[in-house]
Every structure is written in C-alpha cells, then in structure tokens.
Design a protein around this ligand. Structure first.
Ligand code: FES
Length: 105
C-alpha cells in the first residue's frame, strides 16, 4: 500500500511499502524528513507524530492507550494526531495521507 507524507513545508512524498509495515518505518526507511522514530516504534518518543488527514481518520482506527497518553503531553497534538509507529499499513489504508507537524520541520 502507498502512503502520502506531506512535510510541513509542503513537499510531498509518495512511498509504497509492504503490508504490515508501520507508517513510521515507511518514513524512516525512505528518508522522509520529520519522522525520526527515535524509540524504534516502542510508543515512547513521539518523534513520529503525524496528523492523519480527516478522510482517513476512521480507517486508521483509535489511538492505543500509551499512544494517547504520550500525545496528551504533546503541545502540538490535535484531534487527528497519531503516532506513526502505531499505524500498520494494510490494503485498506492504500493511499493514506498524513501531514507532519511544524515542530518536526
Ligand atoms: Fe517513538 Fe513512535 S517511534 S513513539
């Protein structure tokens, strides 16, 4: 499935990854700037914070409990904030669009 990453500055990256890959891993493996994934996907660093485009919110599902707790500390968090390491790509998410926060610019 494919993912569109929109950098804060407006640059767009279209990345294709195998199903089962996390959105964080997809960004890190393809050098998308703004997603560091410092904790390796353990839901502990929040350097993989993204905003899910509203049209995709329902499909990406609910935040996990630790994810929700971490995002509650992020001053830049919005209602559509997710941690990219907690979203696994599958065919239902093909074409997913996420934006990167200004703080990760
Ligand atoms: Fe650290 Fe997602 S990679 S919270």
């Amino acid at each position: 499935p494919k993912i569109h990453f929109l950098e804060f500055g407006g640059r767009e990256h279209l990345i294709e990854v195998p199903a089962g890959t996390s959105v964080m891993q997809a960004a890190v493996d393809n050098n998308v700037p703004g997603i560091d994934g410092d904790c390796g996907g353990e839901c502990a660093c929040a350097t993989c914070h993204v905003y899910v485009e509203p049209a995709w919110l329902e499909k990406t599902g609910e935040r996990t409990v630790p994810e929700d707790e971490l995002l509650n500390f992020a001053s830049t968090a919005q209602e559509n904030s997710r941690l990219a390491c907690q979203i696994r790509m599958d065919d239902a998410l093909d074409g997913l669009r996420v934006r990167l926060p200004e703080s990760q610019h």
